[in-house]
Design a protein around this ligand. Structure first.
Ligand SMILES: Cc1ncc(COP(=O)(O)O)c(C=O)c1O
Length: 186
């Protein structure tokens, strides 16, 4: 957020879930507000329906920070399918990992295409298209991008990790229950 030049306004949380309290979010919206960034804290989904409603009423964006919450659901829908854009982290501390890296999910094709361009220096044609083509394709750079590409090696680890997601969640849930039982009985 700071890289974009935005100011960050914090809001209060719901003490039962540690996630943002939607009624407090709404109180803090001003004419200068551009986006709401709720977090699915420690893997527990936030009330994204309430946040989406507030965003719609005020004409602002929602970016759901689901860094630690891959595999979690809200009202029966997997996190990643409930906000305009949702971001996940694949840092080693997270549910699945690629060493470093992450993922953006969106159902907005134009946004997805722009994110793909921005991660590769703003290049108009992907490496896959260029190198898979029989003819020479000269790419263009219409906007300033970044080098935020995940390496192919990391991506191949990530694909295997994704297949193991349900198993890894089962193990984590069983451990959380066990530690909860130890904490309660000590
Ligand atoms: C809620 C949340 N957002 C963002 C991040 C940052 O993720 P990354 O280190 O992959 O950029 C983390 C990592 O701990 C996190 O827990």
């Amino acid at each position: 957020m700071l890289y974009t030049g935005a100011d960050v306004i914090f809001c209060d949380i719901d003490a039962r879930t540690f996630n943002v309290d939607p009624s407090d979010v709404e109180k803090r919206i001003t004419k200068r507000t551009k986006a709401i960034l709720p977090i699915d804290q420690i893997g527990l989904a936030c009330d994204i329906s309430a946040i989406n409603d507030i965003a719609k009423r005020h004409g602002v964006e929602v970016v759901e920070d689901a860094a630690p919450a891959i595999g979690e659901s809200f009202n029966g829908r997997r996190v990643g399918s409930n906000a305009h854009q949702t971001v996940f982290s694949f840092h080693p501390r997270k549910v699945i990992t690629t060493g470093e890296g992450g993922m953006i999910m969106t159902d907005d094709d134009a946004l997805a295409a722009r994110a793909r361009r921005l991660r590769a220096h703003g290049m108009s044609v992907s490496d896959l298209e260029r190198h898979g083509s029989d003819r020479v394709i000269i790419e263009e750079y219409d906007e300033l991008g970044f080098n935020y590409r995940m390496t192919d090696i990391q991506a191949s680890i990530g694909l295997v990790q994704l297949r193991r997601l349900d198993e890894l969640l089962r193990v984590r849930r069983a451990k959380a229950k066990r530690y909860d039982w130890i904490a309660r009985s000590s």
